[in-house]
Ligand binder design. Structure first.
Ligand SMILES: [Fe+2]
Length: 199
């Protein structure tokens, strides 16, 4: 519940809308968070009204719904998770258990960065690139078209990069590779460490 009185809502940004510029401009954030994400939330509230999903958590909806309800729930969840990973003063690399898990799965943090950014440009059309922990405890990268979400596949999400054009077109036009490389620099690895510790 938020100030709109609706159950499902875009989470408030944990930084000023201008704080990530020039990697992510204030204009992009105001549209991406204030318009696109807010619209997914409004649509989800509208779609679940008077259905059994109205009383379920968004995670339960993602695991069990289909069609438009699934798509809007997953897009809302994905965007809340996405925006929350950035900081104006990000920790540039992980340490501790997360760093060890990254080294084990990918060889190094630089190798993880290269592979994530490669997947961001390889994914055809709109979607998300995720860093997840699988059920055997190993880290993996997955490409998820459209509103794909790892919870649907019993994977634990750690980080997502949005490669929908609305995430970068104002600032970078069609240059997706430049956009995601710049967005990467605003990821706060202290937050990803916290997520990893909670799985
Ligand atoms: Fe987006």
């Amino acid at each position: 519940m938020d100030t709109t009185g609706q159950k499902f809502a875009a989470k408030a940004l944990p930084y000023d809308a201008s704080a990530l510029a020039p990697s992510i401009s204030e204009e992009t954030l105001r549209y991406h968070h204030g318009k696109h994400t807010a619209t997914y939330a409004a649509k989800l509230n509208e779609l679940v009204a008077d259905t059994p999903f109205a009383t379920r958590s968004i995670e339960e909806i993602i695991r069990t719904a289909d069609g438009a309800i699934l798509n809007n729930a997953a897009q809302l969840w994905n965007h809340n998770f996405y925006f929350d990973a950035f900081s104006a003063t990000p920790k540039a690399y992980p340490e501790g258990a997360l760093a060890a898990a990254i080294d084990k799965a990918f060889g190094s943090f630089d190798a993880l960065r290269g592979r994530m950014l490669h997947h961001c440009t390889a994914l055809f059309g709109s979607g998300w690139v995720w860093l997840v922990r699988n059920q055997s405890g190993k880290l993996e990268i997955i490409e998820a078209p459209n509103a794909g979400n790892p919870l649907r596949h019993a994977l634990s999400p750690l980080l997502c990069i949005d490669v929908w054009e609305h995430a970068y077109y104002i600032d970078y036009r069609n240059a997706r590779a430049d956009a995601v490389a710049s967005h990467w620099d605003k990821i706060d690895w202290a937050k990803i460490e916290q997520r990893f510790a909670k799985i």
